[in-house]
Design a protein around this ligand. Structure first.
Ligand code: MG
Ligand code: MG
Length: 262
């Protein structure tokens, strides 16, 4: 069942999602060689709680009923998603995707950004750029009257045309009072397929893309997902609303990108 949001609810969603953007920027300030993902997690959790919100990932159950132990997922290099923060220092040339969710005033925010640690190669930089662009090419299709498959197809083509792999096992989602609502938003699919987009729909669009082959596996921690071929993976996510017929991006990379001076 897809829950359509009212104007007032969309504004509450925006408040929660802007807090996620600011939290990711706080984390981004600390993404440096020698810093651990546990330290990044601490920055995020404190920032979220200082702003009166709850980190939704903390305690969120996996399919085995085990609670996620942190406020962010921090997925380094060949880790695709759901990386558990740890005490391993980040190294120059690593990439780390930081996925974050908050609950504020009864509504959820969810956004993710892949950061570079120090300097990365031109090849890696081009990969990250493509995956981020693919998020926006999906968002462009998120207009009333289009279908979920129009978003999915745009994301897929953008990445596959450059030879990158689309992870099939994890998808974007509706979002609102719950972090995961209907409909699913896959990063692959056919144009004109799937549920029709309507005003009031709120969606988390989140390309999860590999530099090599798209196959993945789960680590024994039952959380961390990695690429089978050991190549890098990237993940960018915005929460959007279909609002006045168009995509209204509720989360924001503005603070992050000011920080990174892109
Ligand atoms: Mg997320
Ligand atoms: Mg999400």
């Amino acid at each position: 069942m897809i829950f359509l949001k009212t104007e007032d609810e969309i504004e509450l969603m925006r408040v929660a999602n802007l807090l996620v953007g600011k939290t990711l920027a706080e984390v981004g300030k600390n993404v440096l060689p020698g810093v651990t993902t546990n330290q990044l997690n601490k920055v995020a959790e404190e920032y979220i709680r200082d702003h009166g919100a709850t980190p939704t990932f903390l305690g969120f159950p996996n399919p085995y009923g085990e609670p996620f132990p942190a406020a962010i997922c921090a997925s380094v290099n060949d880790q695709v998603v759901h990386g558990v923060p740890n005490d391993e220092p980040l190294k120059d040339g690593d990439i780390v995707s930081v996925d974050c969710g908050v609950l504020l005033n009864g509504f959820n925010g969810d956004s993710c950004y892949t950061f570079c640690v120090g300097e990365v190669s031109d090849e890696v930089s081009a990969f990250l750029q493509t995956v981020k662009e693919s998020l926006y090419s999906g968002i462009e299709k998120a207009v009333a009257g289009n279908r979920i498959g129009d978003i999915s197809n745009a994301v897929q083509l953008h990445n596959e045309s450059k030879g990158y792999g689309i992870v099939r096992e994890f998808v974007g989602h509706g979002i609102g009072r719950k972090m995961h609502e209907d409909p699913q938003v896959p990063n692959y699919g056919r144009r004109g397929n799937g549920p029709m987009l309507k005003n009031g729909m709120c969606l988390a669009i989140e390309p999860m893309v590999t530099m090599g082959k798209p196959q993945i596996y789960m680590m024994p921690d039952k959380w961390t997902i990695r690429t089978r071929d050991g190549k890098l993976a990237a993940h960018y996510e915005h929460t959007i609303a279909i609002h006045n017929g168009k995509a209204d991006i509720l989360s924001s990379f503005k603070e992050i990108e000011e920080l990174l001076k892109y």
